[in-house]
Design a protein around this ligand. Structure first.
Ligand SMILES: Cc1cc2nc3c(=O)[nH]c(=O)nc-3n(C[C@H](O)[C@H](O)[C@H](O)COP(=O)(O)OP(=O)(O)OC[C@H]3O[C@@H](n4cnc5c(N)ncnc54)[C@H](O)[C@@H]3O)c2cc1C
Length: 411
């Protein structure tokens, strides 16, 4: 990045691209850009608290991390997800049979790999720190002004930063999105997720287990060793009751809900509550700003889709920007932003809709809805081509796999 003194004595910084927010989407975006020759500023305040959640990085995201030479440093902290089990625990009249998917059916060692967000974020932050074309500015974005040929960002430490394009990776309350004038659709579900990590007596053998209950999924995902992460979607009052229990009583309730498949359990670390909701930005790019990750879309933590969708934004935007530069185009031009919107809209809509339908089908008391769900799961269990299609599409839609997720360079 270059700096030059202004008459006021202020020192504006200049970058090709300013990425705002250092969650996993923002750091992934900044690394991709810097490694492809863009002078990149990552505007991000130091992280205040550890993120105890875990993320299942699905195979396509792993492929992208491999392409960016990041996987070697992330892999040691992960546990493979070799099998996925769906158990109908609704107790309703119409119940689906248990379905188990094996990654080996797709000739893959694993569907993906689960990692604690603290480990993922630390590894990405260390990679950012040693990237020559990437400068991290430890400040918040206060204001952003889009102009004819670039954007001007005012930061909380008094810095002024100018860039040709700003990328909002600043999460669900995105300031970049607001400054770009991008409206959102937002909704809530009558559910809350209790999230925590566990140690257990019985090994998980790479099984991720999703119990479908009438209040939402109860999902155990393997961590390294005899540990798993839990996302337990509940009616809000019940989630709060569980959250307030002492460790031993809570562990017993979890073991009971899990039908003791992992034996005796112990709660590790702190528990968190996440009210369930969704958000979709009306467009992912406007006024020299582009959005990635939860700045563009939020949905419930069901099916390990959120960050995987966010990393597809990152890979697609990177591909479009590298191609635009190769053609000698302005990387913040409306035509470039429109290409990004076209590339991402179908994937965002289809994932948001699929997660919404799956969640609502569990909550529905309507017999026809339960019947459809049951038939769907029955067919998924019995019809091999359908099984393979569901497994492949669950990892990432074939039609929306950017080059980096197919192991292809951006050029
Ligand atoms: C319980 C739970 C489990 C989940 N499990 C999975 C999973 O298994 N697989 C999966 O793919 N997804 C999962 N998700 C979703 C995933 O966690 C999110 O998609 C992901 O964390 C979003 O990352 P992000 O970088 O887009 O946003 P964030 O992680 O929210 O990062 C945004 C960053 O922007 C910063 N910021 C905000 N405002 C400003 C500003 N003005 N200036 C500068 N910086 C700013 C914030 O401090 C933050 O660091 C889960 C979600 C939950 C709630």
């Amino acid at each position: 990045m270059t700096k030059r003194k202004t008459a006021s004595g202020n020192t504006p910084r200049q970058a090709d691209i300013a990425v705002v927010g250092a969650g996993p989407s923002g750091m992934g975006m900044a690394l991709l850009l810097a490694r492809h020759g863009f002078r990149t500023a990552l505007v991000a305040p130091a992280v205040a608290a550890a993120d105890d959640r875990t993320t299942a990085l699905l195979e396509s995201s792993v492929e992208m991390l491999r392409s960016l030479k990041l996987w070697e440093r992330i892999a040691p902290h992960t546990a493979p997800l070799e099998h996925m089990r769906i158990i109908d625990a609704t107790g309703r009249l119409i119940r689906a049979p248990e379905v188990v998917f094996d990654a080996s059916e797709l000739d893959l060692p694993a569907f993906g790999y689960n990692i604690r967000n603290t480990d993922l974020n630390r590894e990405l932050a260390e990679a950012c720190a040693s990237e020559p074309l990437l400068e991290r500015i430890d400040a918040r974005l206060d204001a952003l002004e889009p102009g004819e040929s670039g954007v001007t960002l005012s930061l909380s430490d008094g810095t002024t930063l100018s860039a040709r394009l700003a990328i909002g990776a600043d999460g669900r309350r995105s300031a970049v999105r607001e400054a770009a004038g991008i409206a959102v659709s937002e909704w809530r579900y009558p559910q809350c997720a209790l999230v925590l990590n566990l140690e257990h007596d019985v090994p998980h053998h790479g099984h991720s287990s999703e119990f479908h209950t009438p209040t939402g999924p109860f999902t155990l995902v393997p961590l390294k060793g005899r540990q798993s992460s839990l996302v337990w979607v509940q009616e809000p009052g019940e989630a709060e009751r569980l959250h307030a229990l002492d460790d031993d009583t809570l562990a017993l309730e979890i073991e009971r809900r899990a039908a003791s498949i992992l034996g005796r359990m112990r709660v590790l670390g702190k528990r968190q509550l996440y009210p369930l909701g969704g958000l979709t930005a009306r467009t992912v790019a406007a006024n020299r700003c582009a959005l990635v990750g939860e700045a563009a879309h939020v949905f419930p933590p069901i099916g390990a889709q959120g960050l995987n969708l966010g990393l597809r934004d990152v890979a697609a935007l990177g591909e479009i920007l590298v191609a635009a530069r190769r053609r000698g185009e302005d990387i913040g031009a409306p035509s470039v932003l429109a290409a990004y919107e076209r590339a991402r809209r179908p994937d965002i809509i289809s994932r948001t809709t699929a997660v919404d339908l799956l969640n609502r089908s569990l909550l529905s008391e309507l017999l026809p809805v339960q019947l459809l769900r049951g038939i769907g799961l029955y067919l998924a269990g019995r019809v091999p081509p359908l099984r393979r299609l569901l497994m492949r599409e669950g990892i990432a839609p074939l039609m929306a796999r950017p080059r980096l997720m197919r192991g292809l360079p951006l050029g």
